[in-house]
Design a protein around this ligand. Structure first.
Ligand SMILES: Nc1ncnc2c1ncn2[C@@H]1O[C@H](COP(=O)(O)OP(=O)(O)OP(=O)(O)O)[C@@H](O)[C@H]1O
Ligand code: SF4
Ligand SMILES: [Mg+2]
Length: 327
């Protein structure tokens, strides 16, 4: 098997504040294979966005900065890439979609022109770029792509704009598509529809997809693997079916318990797990989940567990074996 397309290794991100540099992403490892779909899930503030922004060196810096680690794209370290190479990679080999389309689109330029310009920035000639723009607008299921092309962003609905963003991201045939949902995303049903669309479009290519969400239910049926983040770290990663059938971290188990039955759209948000997540920059010793964990014991307050293999492709950072969880 070939190595991962994208490999994040020991990524640490910090913020400079009154008390010096505080670490908020604390050693994240994440691998994405060719054509693989990975869901990155965790409550607000767990470090999902900062991790993904680091991949393309898009952190607001200062106050944020990468403190250590590597981000390898086909073996090439993007954290040491120069500005010219980063411009090539951004929106070319790695495309990012922020699910607030208005933050990424220019309100004064017709959407078709914006996709054409994105293609031209990566070396495509104008004529080919225009043909490709019409093609991708059709591929993402927008009716009358010729009309959409000429529309200004404010003339389109939120769902249509999300499709435009996906079209723009797919236009350059990236190796990796990263979609990051802000916590305020309103409608999990639309999010799921867009992920379904991306999965369909991706099926015939080797594009990899990283879907960042605070809602585990969104990715349940649609990704190959799930990575669960908590307080700036990965606390569990596992193949999706395995994670749902047999979670190996108490936090994942709590996320699953907070999902209602099959009906979607009325899901309780993750913060309905008792308690609130800690501020990753103000952690003491021990497991960061311990204040909310029903299985916490003395050693959980003393040392933070590392990710360890739990069989069947699962890894968890917990002192206790799931077999020992009190039921
Ligand atoms: N520009 C910034 N300045 C200061 N702190 C920040 C900044 N951006 C993020 N943080 C802090 O870093 C932590 C991780 O933030 P991040 O945005 O990565 O979380 P997230 O998992 O993406 O959350 P959400 O689900 O809300 O999008 C949070 O505690 C947040 O307060
Ligand atoms: S290490 Fe302890 S506190 Fe942390 S999740 Fe496991 S049992 Fe709970
Ligand atoms: Mg985020």
């Amino acid at each position: 098997m070939s190595g991962p397309v994208l490999s994040i290794r020991g990524l640490r991100v910090g913020i400079r504040g009154r008390r010096g540099v505080e670490e908020i992403v604390r050693g994240v490892d994440l691998d994405v294979a060719s054509a693989e779909k990975v869901g990155v899930v965790g409550e607000s503030g767990s470090g999902k966005t900062l991790t993904m922004l680091s991949v393309l060196q898009l952190l607001p810096s200062p106050p944020l900065a990468v403190l250590g680690g590597r981000v390898l794209l086909d073996g090439e370290d993007l954290l040491t890439a120069d500005a010219r190479r980063l411009r090539e990679v951004r929106g070319g080999e790695v495309a990012m979609v922020y699910q607030d389309p208005m933050s990424s689109l220019n309100p004064l330029t017709r959407v078709g022109r914006q996709i054409v310009e994105a293609l031209r920035a990566h070396g495509t000639g104008d004529k080919v770029a225009r043909a490709r723009t019409r093609e991708v607008l059709g591929e993402v299921g927008l009716p009358h792509p010729d009309r959409i092309e000429r529309a200004f962003p404010h003339e389109l609905s939120g769902g249509m704009l999300q499709r435009v963003m996906i079209a723009m991201a797919l236009a350059t045939s990236p190796k990796v598509l990263v979609a990051d949902e802000p916590t305020t995303a309103l409608d999990v049903t639309i999010q799921q529809q867009i992920l379904e669309l991306v999965s369909r479009l991706q099926a015939s290519t080797s594009m990899s997809v990283v879907w960042v969400t605070h809602d585990l239910g969104v990715v349940a049926q649609l990704v190959d693997r799930v990575v669960v983040m908590y307080a700036g770290r990965v606390v569990e990663r596992a193949p999706t079916h395995r994670l749902f059938a047999a979670p190996t971290h108490p936090y994942t188990a709590a996320l699953l318990a907070s999902l209602p039955g099959p009906e979607i759209g009325h899901r309780r948000p993750l913060h309905q797990i008792g308690g609130t997540p800690p501020d990753p920059s103000r952690l003491g010793a021990g497991c960061p989940f311990r204040a909310r964990c029903p299985y916490a014991e003395q050693r959980c307050a003393e040392h933070e567990p590392e990710l360890e293999e739990r069989g069947a492709g699962s890894f968890a950072a917990c002192w206790k074996d799931p077999g020992a969880w009190a039921r």
